[in-house]
Design a protein around this ligand. Sequence first.
Ligand code: PDD
Length: 277
Amino acid sequence: MVFLNGKFIEKNQAHISVMDRGFLFGDGVYEVIPVYNNKIFRLNAHLLRLQTGLDSVKIKNPYNLKEWGDILSKLLGFYNNQEQSIYLQISRGVSNKRKHSFSNLTPTVYIESNPLLTKTKQAFKAGFSAITQPDIRWHRCDIKSISLLANVMYSQQAKEKNVEEVILYRDNQVTEGATSNVFIIKDGTLFTHPTGVHILSGITRDLVLESARACHIPIKKVSFSMDELNAADELWISSSTREIMPITQVDGKLINRGNIGNAWSCVYSYYQSLKNA
Ligand code: PDD
């Protein structure tokens, strides 16, 4: 079952108009929200970011917080899996003419949920590989826009090169991953790019910072260079579907001699406790 414009229907019955601005212009925003033990994780934070994104692109939020909560709970009731990944998108809606500028339209709301396949700590222990690429994206990466062509291109490169993620840099400073936020540990301190227009303010990023505080790891929300990335003691990526992943190889070079680190172990364990709280 999926949710489309107020109705719960079978996915193969869900259709939208070719004049939908999401289809024609990528004119919309989205959220990906994890569900653990049948509980939607950090729903309010996701809905707040959704609201900020909608405000940025001048789409009216069709539902209030309670209505969103009710819709999502009802949708989850159709699934058996305890661990889910909700995908929710709002496009500006359907117009009768293809024109870049817009007038007031009724937003199209589409929600689906899929099983969330989280890896065990054991599976994480081998670490993951990444490659780096210049960040060619626009200067509003803070908006969780459904226009994801650059991210799609990067993710396809990752798939073709058989690596987990593409880590991006702008002016030699690491920004984020194609679909994740990026962190390094250097001499016991955690570094991550500050929020602003060059990264998406990840909900998991906030949880990583909360977990690092619990682990007494000092935090610097300042960007770091490509050289600093290569010389890092630990390197992690985070997202709602991946949680916190240790990266032990970048562009074929080993990080921490290919071992996952102690800081990651502590932060990962604390994050697990937040999930189950
Ligand atoms: N992507 N940065 C980018 C560019 C992302 O696409 C994502 C997540 C993140 C992490 O955000 P969060 O912790 O809130 O999931 C950072 C989602 C999972 C996606 O597009 O599927």
